[in-house]
Design a protein around this ligand. Structure first.
Ligand SMILES: [Zn+2]
Ligand SMILES: [Zn+2]
Length: 367
């Protein structure tokens, strides 16, 4: 389907403008003049999870306003730059629920490079070739990823047993040098008491990466301050790659519920108390199950090492970095060998010292 790119033209020179990280402005790629974005603070407005929203995969062909080329978009791709002239190509969202909000980038290329360099320098036992594989300039790209953000209130009734430990002295038969002997030992026992009760917990802003094609590592980038969300405005996407959700809302919510259940289970164990717990029944009721769609910024990169793919992600607001990395077994082996060698030297030295002490003893005054 043919799509038009949203226009981001510089009023001074007619060249294209891109979002300037850390600001609420567009900046001209040519004359560097700036233009304010009509940025509005997003007032949280979540919807019930039960609304059916199926992703709408459309293959877009976008007419580049810079060079006139027809640019193919991948399914659910929302924006990218023209591969021929770098003109930003931002399209209209096609999913039934467009992004409600967006968290604009705060970490620019310079800061991301510094964070990455620091991380790379902190890696122990990394193969020497890693630094070559990870060329920041060519590998890292800024991206807006689609997320669902869920809230839910829970109320749980439970029953089970609280176990309190106590110790009793018992006699045990042991064999020492083949002879039977009776020794006294403390043995741990549990006193179980039946308990039942209730516990409640409200969950807010549980984030789930809503695009299955994006790297798994995005699941570990979650610590965004969602109080700083802005109302979705495509100007923030100008110059950046972005995607819409391709996952079904109900699947993402099921995933969230598994997480909620695990937290509730820990709450129940805590509430039962004692040294050990046995859970007999848990029944949780949910209310206020709501969601919203949002777009969050991340710098991502990946590299291949010995046929395996590794992903790295930097939170585009906090700068938190998460990375998968290979280990150099040669370096680990060399490290262990070095420790072994040091131990050997120490033992040798220790032997000499004892000999010296022995000698001293021998030459000492006779009793
Ligand atoms: Zn300009
Ligand atoms: Zn172009």
């Amino acid at each position: 389907m043919q799509f038009r790119a949203l226009p981001f033209k510089c009023p001074s020179c007619g060249s294209y403008m891109v979002y300037q990280i850390g600001s609420y402005h567009l900046v001209c790629s040519s004359c560097k003049s700036t233009k304010a974005i009509d940025a509005q603070v997003y007032v949280r407005a979540k919807e019930p999870v039960f609304s059916e929203i199926e992703p709408n995969g459309i293959l877009k062909t976008v007419d580049c306003p810079g060079c006139g080329a027809d640019i193919e978009f991948k399914e659910f791709e929302l924006s990218k730059n023209c591969p021929y002239c770098s003109n930003p190509l931002v399209t209209k969202p096609v999913n039934p629920k467009p992004p409600y909000s967006i968290l604009p980038f705060a970490i620019d290329k310079e800061s991301a490079r510094e964070i990455f360099k620091k991380w790379l320098g902190s890696l122990w036992f990394a193969p020497g070739s890693l630094k070559k594989l990870l060329d920041f300039e060519h590998k890292f790209k800024p991206l807006y990823a689609p997320y669902f953000s869920f809230d839910a209130k829970t109320f749980t009734r439970y029953s089970g047993y609280r176990g309190d430990a106590y110790y009793v002295e018992v006699e045990k038969v042991v064999y020492i040098n083949g002879r039977e002997q009776v020794v006294r030992e403390l043995e741990r026992r549990i006193n179980w008491t039946y308990v039942s009760g209730t516990t409640g917990r409200d969950f807010y802003d549980i984030l789930v990466n809503a695009n299955s094609k994006l790297p798994e590592i995005l699941h570990s980038i979650r610590s965004y301050d969602l109080n700083r969300l802005m109302l979705f405005n495509p100007s923030f996407l100008s110059g950046f790659e972005s995607f819409e959700y391709d996952r079904e809302l109900k699947n993402c919510y099921s995933e969230t519920k598994e997480y909620i259940k695990s937290v509730v289970y820990s709450d129940v164990l805590y509430s039962i108390g004692g040294d050990e717990q046995r859970v007999e029944s848990i029944s949780t009721s949910y209310s206020n199950e709501v969601f919203e769609t949002t777009m969050l910024p991340v710098w991502i990169s990946s590299f291949e090492h010995k046929g395996k793919r590794y992903d790295i992600a930097i939170n585009g607001v906090t700068g938190e970095i998460t990375g998968e990395r290979p280990y150099s077994y040669i370096k680990i082996f060399a490290f262990i060998a070095a420790i072994f060698l040091i131990l050997l030297v120490l033992m040798y030295y220790d032997d000499i010292t004892s000999e010296v002490i022995d000698t001293h003893l021998k030459v000492g005054p006779m009793p």
